[in-house]
Design a binder for this molecule. Sequence first.
Ligand SMILES: Cc1ncc(COP(=O)(O)O)c(C=O)c1O
Length: 356
Amino acid sequence: MHRVWNFNAGPSPMPLPVLEEIRDEFTDYRGTGMGIIEMSHRSGEFQALLAETKALLAELLGLTEGQEIVFIQGGGSMQFVMEAYNFLRTRAAYADTGVWAHKARDAAAFFGEAYDANSAKDRNYSYIPDTYDIRPGTDYLHITSNNTIYGTEYWTFPDVNVPVVCDMSSDILSRRVDCNQFAMIWAGIQKNLGAAGTALAIIKKEFLETARTDVPAFLQYRTFVEKDSAYNTPAVFCIYTLNKMLHWIKNMGGADAMEIRNKKKANLLYAVIDGSGGFYRGHAEPAHRSRMNVTFNLASPELEKDFIARAKENGFAGVGGHRLVGGCRVSLYNAVTPEAAEAMADFMKEYMRTRG
Ligand SMILES: Cc1ncc(COP(=O)(O)O)c(C=O)c1O
C-alpha cells in the first residue's frame, strides 16, 4: 500500500487502523447486511451510534455541565452564520486573530454590530492578544482557539464577563482544555476528528435559552437539540467517522495522551526551525505557537516553492502555506504520527544542508 507522509491542513490524515476498520465494515455494518451510509438515520443502529458518539465526546472533552451536543452540516462556515443568527441581538465581539476570525465577524455583521475586541494585525497575526475591549451590551465574545492559517494557538483563554464562543475547528481534542468555561464550542470535524461534512456544536443550556426564536427552524440550534441532530437527514457517514476517531482517541489515552503526542511532534519541527540560524523563519511568536499548524518561511518565495516541490518528490504531502498567505505549513493533527513528524524534521535538516 502506498501512503505518503500527509500534513494536509484539513481534510487531513486519518489513522490507518481507523481507515481499515471503516473499509472492513463499509458493505456490512455489524451484521445488518448493509453499510452505514445505506441505512435510515432513524434506525436503531444509527441512533445507537449517535448516542454513543455524544457520550464519547462528553467523556473525552470532560463536559460536566450537561451541555447539549449537536451535529450540523455546512462545516465551520455555517457555524459563523448560525452563532450570530442565534445569539447576536445587539453586538458581538470578535478576537481578531486572523482569517477565520474575519470570516466569522463578517458573517455576523449581517445580524447586528460585529466588532474587533482586539487585533493581532499589528504583528501580522503572529500572536494572540491578551486584552479585550468589550463594549456594553455585548452578547458574546468569539475566539478561534487555533489559527490554522497563521499557526497561533491560545494557551490561556479570555477571562471576560460575557459568554465566550470558541471556534475549536483546528485543535479540538488535541489537548486537555477546560471546555466548561465556554458558553459554546463548535468545530468542523475534518481536521482532528473525522471526515469533512459536519460540524459539532456543544452548547450550555443556559446559553441556548438566550437564543433568538425568530429564526428559520433549520438555522436554530434549538431545533437540532430538540430533534437530536435529526431534524433533517444528518451527515451519517461523517458522524460515523467521528465515532471511530473518538474510539481511537480513547484507546490512545484520551485528550492527555493526544496532548503529549502533539507536543512531541510540534517540538521536533520547532527545534529544527529554531536551530536553523534563520534558514527557516517561524511565523508565530514562540509563546503563541500552534502545535497543530507549524508555519514558516524560507528566504524567498522561490526557495519556498523549491522546498515544497522537493518535499512532494520525497513523499511529503500538503506542506504549502494557505493560498492567502503563502510560505510553508506543516499540519500535525491527531492522526499524524510522531514518525511522520520525525521524517519531516529530518527532511527539513537535509534540505537546509544541501541548500543552506
Ligand atoms: C479555525 C477554522 N475555523 C473555521 C474554518 C472553516 O471551516 P469549513 O471549511 O468547514 O467551513 C476553518 C477551515 O479550515 C478553520 O481552520
